[in-house]
Design a protein. Structure first.
Length: 85
């Protein structure tokens, strides 16, 4: 697991106040929404804002690709890494 994946797990926990779980509880490939971690659209907005503030990356809610990017910690970390130069 990469440092970036660990950072994103902690960011999810901090931003969404998920005090009952630890980064180890979040499987890197687990779906963040629906049957996975159970996040919802409000969580997605908060997480998107946190990604923007932390990494300077803006994700468009209207972009169909954004759903894929937010699928799991791995897909989110891969996208953030691809945007950093």
């Amino acid at each position: 697991m990469t440092q970036l994946q660990e950072e994103i797990k902690q960011l999810i926990i901090d931003v969404l106040n998920l005090e009952e779980i630890t980064p180890d509880d979040i499987d890197t490939d687990m779906a963040l929404f629906g049957d996975g971690l159970g996040l919802d659209s409000i969580d997605a907005l908060e997480l998107g804002l946190a990604i923007k503030n932390r990494y300077g990356i803006v994700l468009s809610a209207e972009n169909e690709e954004t759903k894929h990017i937010f699928y799991s910690v791995k897909t989110l970390a891969d996208f953030v890494a691809s945007q950093q130069h």
